[in-house]
Design a protein around this ligand. Structure first.
Ligand code: SAH
Ligand code: SF4
Ligand code: F3S
Length: 438
């Protein structure tokens, strides 16, 4: 029996795309393994959002060299995804790691099948197409039960000045509403309990179609029969609208959880980033959300060290974080990406970036812990998602607002809803005891 291993890096898009890679490989008769030594193909599904992601991937590919030299054709190595899509990257990868067998881009996963079937010396195909076609024929082997990821769109048109995604993923393309709805019906029929709609900017869904907007999709799915949860990511403050807030507020099955990346609290930096909203507009959205969905978990991506960020701009980020009180935030140090406008600006010294990220992380940890403590004594519904290997006989699930809760239990609980009394907290996670089953 032929076996595959997939190493996934990057965002949820990539996690879902690895399910498509698994779909293609299982159609070819491969089964999954976690062990390099028994894998007949190892696929690296790569990310290039920051320099450290790329360096880690390079290190991991390089580490396979001795095994590859020994096993030769018995262990194929394929590199796919965003990293290969950068200008000159496929060539550079092949010359640094000549033992790679297959290199594909981020938008032509379907070529993995012909690549394997027709492999001679090596197969390299990274098309540079502005608007690649949407492929609806790629099989999916879902690995995230009870959650099913569903793309509603691909690519990005926003060209934030720091970001590589529009260059490697191409222009925005929305899937047809009927294809999305069919997928949702199918996974609900299969017993999935949580749907997460994916797009780099879900609020601009449909702008390239004749009809269909994001709010239509949300309300149509929310009306479907059965007990399940609906999530989505990522929202962009420039396009986020009150209609979406109203739909979340009025539908019980849409989670009270909005990921609304701010990036910076300084209007000047936001302008330099080409984010097309300012601090005031962002804070207005937050107060609209809070007034209509009082217990909404709002999360964010925040960056420090953008080239034009002064101490004062950074203070604006600190004060925004203090004001918004995110339930959780992903914090990043700006990393120059070749070919993007910000990479051509004068860069800040490393020590300035380091001092800022430390301060920001400490602040967000403090806020996350304070928010966690507010849950103690409350009863919340969770959907159990997985075992929690860090604790004996424990499983974990999330509240509607997106907070992780660990309770005593076993794998038979995965995919079920429970009412849980929160008894203690640690940073952003909670611990509780089951009080009822749904
Ligand atoms: N489409 C989403 C985010 C996609 S990338 C959005 O617009 O919010 C995820 C996060 O990575 C971004 O929100 C940003 O905070 C971070 N990021 C993107 N480019 C980066 C860079 N060059 N350096 C550091 N962080 C970056
Ligand atoms: Fe990158 Fe901006 Fe597009 Fe998000 S919206 S993927 S940060 S260019
Ligand atoms: Fe995602 Fe990384 Fe690509 S964040 S879209 S996998 S560059």
């Amino acid at each position: 029996m032929q076996k595959y291993k997939i190493n996934t890096y990057g965002c949820q898009m990539n996690v879902h795309e690895s399910e498509k890679i698994a779909g293609i490989l299982s159609e070819l008769g491969y089964v999954e393994t976690n062990d390099d030594a028994e894998a007949n193909i190892i696929v690296f599904n790569t990310c290039c959002i920051r320099d450290n992601a790329e360096r880690r991937i390079g290190g991991n590919i390089g580490a396979l060299k001795p095994m590859k030299l020994e096993r030769k054709g018995d262990m194929l190595i394929a590199v796919v995804g965003c990293m290969t899509q950068q200008e000159g990257s496929a060539k550079a990868l092949k010359s640094k790691f000549p033992f790679i067998d297959i290199i594909l881009g981020a938008n032509n996963l379907q070529d993995l099948k012909p690549a394997i079937l027709n492999l001679k010396k090596s197969y390299i195909n990274v098309p540079q197409i502005e608007k690649p076609e949407i492929r609806e024929d790629i099989p999916i082997l879902r690995t995230g039960y009870p959650n099913a990821w569903i793309n509603i769109m691909y690519g990005c048109n926003n060209f934030c000045t720091y970001c590589i995604v529009p260059y490697v993923r191409g222009r925005e393309r929305s899937r047809k509403k009927s294809d999305i709805i069919d997928d949702v019906k199918r996974v609900l029929d299969e017993g999935y309990k949580e749907i997460t709609l994916l797009g780099q900017n879900v609020d601009s869904y449909g702008s390239d179609l004749e009809s269909g907007r994001f709010s239509d999709i949300l309300s149509e799915i929310a009306k479907m029969e059965g007990k399940f949860r609906l999530r989505f990511m990522t929202s962009h403050p420039k396009d986020f609208n009150n209609e979406v807030i109203d739909i979340i507020a009025s539908c019980d099955n849409i989670c009270n959880n909005i990921h609304l990346p701010v990036q910076s609290g300084s209007s000047k930096v936001l302008r330099d980033m080409n984010r097309r909203y300012d601090r005031e507009k962002y804070l207005n959205i937050i107060s609209d959300i809070r007034s209509k969905i009082p217990d909404c978990g709002i999360t964010s991506d925040i960056m420090v060290g953008f080239p034009t960020e002064t101490d004062e701009d950074f203070q604006d980020t600190v004060s925004l974080v203090e004001q918004v009180r995110y339930s959780n935030a992903f914090t990043f140090v700006y990393s120059p990406r070749k070919g993007t406008p910000a990479a051509r600006m004068v860069q800040l010294p490393e020590e300035v970036k380091k001092a800022r990220i430390t301060k920001l992380v400490d602040l967000q940890n403090k806020i996350s812990k304070e928010i966690s403590d507010e849950y103690i004594g409350k009863i919340k519904e969770i959907l159990v998602e997985d075992v929690n290997p860090r604790y004996d006989s424990s499983v974990c699930g999330r509240t509607s607002c997106g907070r992780l809760v660990t309770v005593k239990g076993d794998p038979s609980m995965i995919g079920k809803f429970y009412d849980v009394e929160i008894t203690s907290s640690r940073s952003a996670s909670l611990f509780g005891e089951i009080r009822g089953t749904k």
